[in-house]
Design a protein around this ligand. Structure first.
Ligand code: AMP
Ligand code: MG
Length: 406
């Protein structure tokens, strides 16, 4: 039996990032960049107006005020997306819209609210300026967001909407990201039927197939439902073989001490290397981890809560690493326990809990009965209380570590 920390170390040391693939912008959300992105251009690409107003020469507006306006000739109107061929000279202004390139000669923009357009007299249009413009006012400089040559997004970055927008503004339509792990999900058990099958006494619907499938999706993997293997070595072997096209294999059930728990034997028969069996934790103790054809193999316990918790604690970090990310503990916080808890010494406990912010600190309480077959305890939980191996009684009011769930 290994500790939770040892198990995690072994798993992460046996997992590496997958290779990369080129993906278009619309499929990039949540993917991990596998190359550094340098800018091939300035963003903004040219000096442009930050306001609707008038591009002019700041010194022409010296001491302008509502009482002492300055009057300038308007020589052109410039919309976003167009450029001017004229050069602004002293006494002149060009009406300009937000985003339009600053015309030559102009050194500032005065916003339209500080001006008044005058009647057109003999083909000539004029504007009154009520405020002094300072050099550079309302000009968005070329490169103010990103400079040509900048390292804009680092390899390993998890891509969100803003990253994808930046790539678009650089004119990059597709980039290299780490492949998504393709994860086989296999349920095992003679008692299991699929969700559409009629139930009868002694049978139950495979819920693990669908929780595990969803957990894979939640961490950015692509799940494959390989189905239900019956509790015999032949069937388990057949299902595992058909899962070998995937990057990771996750089974549930058949890893305990029962007479019909064959997953470990089959893994060995197929040449798999068992790295450990059993972790000092509850729920989730009988987890098997190994490598089969060099691919991570997780034999999770069958109890619905055990398989979910073991996935959260071990499969997820492994999938994150395969996706090119660093598994981190950002989601672990400290909270004040709202009830007394008695636990077994020697095992790390993961209790399903509701944790919330109240009067300046997090408080946490269990969701009720904690049996590992009570999936409802997981459904109601937003977090797991993590209780250390060496403790036996934890008093109400104690500070405990809590892991927030997605
Ligand atoms: P096992 O680990 O195979 O001994 O299974 C432990 C318990 O989990 C048993 O009560 C099983 O019926 C239950 N179980 C196993 N696999 C599943 C599954 N796919 N969905 C729901 N319950 C399961
Ligand atoms: Mg079973």
């Amino acid at each position: 039996m290994v500790t939770v920390n040892e198990a995690l170390d072994i798993i992460l040391n046996s997992t590496g990032a997958l290779s990369s693939e080129t993906v278009p912008l619309t499929e990039l959300l949540g993917r991990t960049l596998s190359e550094d992105i340098f800018s091939n251009t300035d963003i903004a690409p040219f000096d442009n107006s930050g306001m609707d107003g008038y591009a002019l020469i700041a010194s022409d507006t010296k001491d302008a005020s509502p009482e002492t306006p300055r009057t300038l000739d308007v020589i052109e109107e410039l919309r976003a997306g167009t450029i001017s061929s004229l050069i602004v000279k002293s006494g002149q202004a060009i009406k300009i819209m937000t985003g339009a390139p600053i015309p030559q000669g102009a050194d500032s923009v005065i916003m339209v609210e500080d001006t008044e357009k005058l009647e057109v007299r003999s083909q000539k249009s004029e504007v009154k300026i009520f405020k002094e413009a300072k050099l550079g006012d309302n000009i968005r400089k070329a490169g103010e967001d990103i400079k040509k040559g900048d390292l804009v997004i680092k390899k390993g970055t998890l891509l969100g909407p803003a990253h994808i927008g930046i790539l678009a503004s650089l004119g990059i339509s597709k980039i290299k990201v780490t492949k998504k792990p393709f994860v086989a999900v296999i349920a095992t058990g003679d008692e299991l039927i699929d969700v559409k099958e009629e139930t009868s006494l002694g049978k139950l619907h495979t819920s693990n197939t669908y929780t595990l499938y969803s957990q894979v999706l939640n961490c950015g993997g692509t799940p494959a439902n390989i189905g239900i293997a019956r509790d015999n070595p032949v069937d388990i072997e057949e299902k595992i073989k058909s899962a070998l096209k995937c990057d990771v294999i996750v089974t549930s059930g058949g890893v305990s001490m029962g007479d019909y728990d064959f997953v470990k034997d089959v893994l060995i028969k197929l040449g798999g290397e068992i790295k450990f069996w059993k972790i000092a934790m509850r729920p989730g103790k009988p987890v098997i981890f190994g490598l089969l054809n060099g691919k991570p193999f997780f034999g999770l316990p069958g109890n619905p809560v055990s398989s979910m918790v073991a996935f959260e604690m071990f499969v997820k970090p492994s999938l994150m690493k395969m996706s090119g990310q660093k598994p981190d503990n950002k989601k672990e916080i400290e909270a004040v326990l709202q009830e007394d808890i008695k636990k077994k010494k020697g095992l790390r406990f993961f209790l399903r809990a509701i944790t919330q912010w109240e009067n300046g600190s997090y408080i946490t309480k269990t969701t009720g009965p904690q049996g590992s077959a009570i999936l409802r305890s997981m459904m109601l939980a937003n977090s797991l209380i993590i209780l250390p191996e060496d403790e036996e009684f934890i008093k109400k009011g104690a500070k405990v570590t809590v892991r927030l769930l997605d």
